[in-house]
Design a protein around this ligand. Structure first.
Ligand SMILES: C[S@@+](CC[C@H](N)C(=O)[O-])C[C@H]1O[C@@H](n2cnc3c(N)ncnc32)[C@H](O)[C@@H]1O
Length: 295
């Protein structure tokens, strides 16, 4: 009787699992590259063409509990609160390749210099729910510290990739407490990564500058930026900051590559540049001020 009862119970569990998996995969997309089994969401792109909207203005709908919820691509808090939505939207549907790309170029640059990835102590700024952390971890790193401005990012990372980062800081890098600066300093960071997070209403120059200050002289910096940031026609603070930095004596560029970051909602390729550089010397604290970058 006990055995039969247990079997019936297991059968019910199996049926429940199969039903959940069936419903969850109703849109027949492949699981995110992470291999983590996530619930599938009913994402609906609007009928209107979004070609002339800025990336942070683009909206989509989510059909859930008989409701149609409108979200912007940059509503990160709301996106991270829904397990698997970030991966499904940006990685499955819009084919984002950036963590893999930036990670592999960093590896290539280190290999070319005879340095070991496994010895890096990395600060991953704009870490989100840990997609870049996952790539870095797959190469092996000595320490991995994440940082993001919203608690939902850290919560989602702890939920989905609990062992990814040795520590995860939630804070505004334009205005960090002295105690947090001391704590991050104690990690002896020698590599900064930031993927799909710079500019565009995300990480401002001052926050990226603060993160760069944590990197030891001789350490590495690997990040990606929208392609217009290299163009003189883009006069935004972030764009000017990147150009000043790249042509300064404080960064030695090892690799720059234009590549397809992801697709737009209309299926057009969005090109970014991936950069890998070595920080050659301490950057003066008044660098931004001297370059008149105030945003
Ligand atoms: C598009 S997500 C990228 C997440 C992750 N790096 C990846 O590649 O999947 C951008 C992340 O940058 C974070 N972010 C935006 N502004 C920030 C700031 N000022 N400081 C730190 N993180 C910020 C957002 O909260 C979000 O998690």
């Amino acid at each position: 009787m006990v055995v039969a009862g247990a079997c019936l119970h297991s059968l019910a569990l199996v049926r429940c699992f199969v039903w959940t998996a069936f419903c969850a995969n109703a849109d027949n997309e492949s699981p995110a590259q992470t291999g983590i089994m996530h619930l599938r969401h009913r994402i609906q792109f609007p009928p209107q063409d979004a070609n002339n909207l800025e990336q942070d203005e683009v909206k989509f709908h989510l059909l859930e509990h008989d409701e149609r919820v409108e979200l912007r691509f940059h509503d990160y808090g709301a996106i991270y609160r829904r397990q698997g939505l970030y991966e499904q939207l940006f990685y499955d549907r819009l084919k984002c390749t950036s963590p893999e790309k930036v990670g592999s170029l960093l590896k290539q640059s280190l290999d070319a210099c005879g340095e070991k990835f496994t010895q890096l102590r990395v600060l991953d700024l704009g870490a989100g729910n840990g997609m870049m952390g996952e790539v870095l971890k797959s190469h092996g790193v000595a320490r991995l510290v994440g940082a993001d401005i919203i608690p939902e990012a850290r919560d989602a990372c702890y939920r989905d990739r609990p062992s990814m980062y040795d520590e995860y800081y939630v804070g505004d890098f334009t205005n960090l407490d002295a105690s947090v600066i001391k704590e991050i300093d104690d990690w002896s960071i020698d590599c900064l990564t930031s993927v799909a997070a710079l500019g565009f209403g995300d990480i401002p120059p001052k926050a990226f500058f603060q993160a760069l200050q944590f990197v030891a002289d001789g350490g590495w910096v690997a990040f990606n930026i929208k392609e217009t940031f290299f163009s003189n026609s883009d006069t935004s603070g972030f764009s000017r900051f990147i150009r000043e930095l790249i042509f300064s004596e404080y960064l030695e560029i090892h690799h720059i590559e234009r590549y397809r970051h992801r697709l737009s909602m209309e299926g057009n390729p969005l090109f970014y540049f991936a950069l890998v550089a070595r920080k050659t010397a301490s950057i003066p604290d008044d660098f931004l001020y001297r370059k008149e970058i105030t945003e």
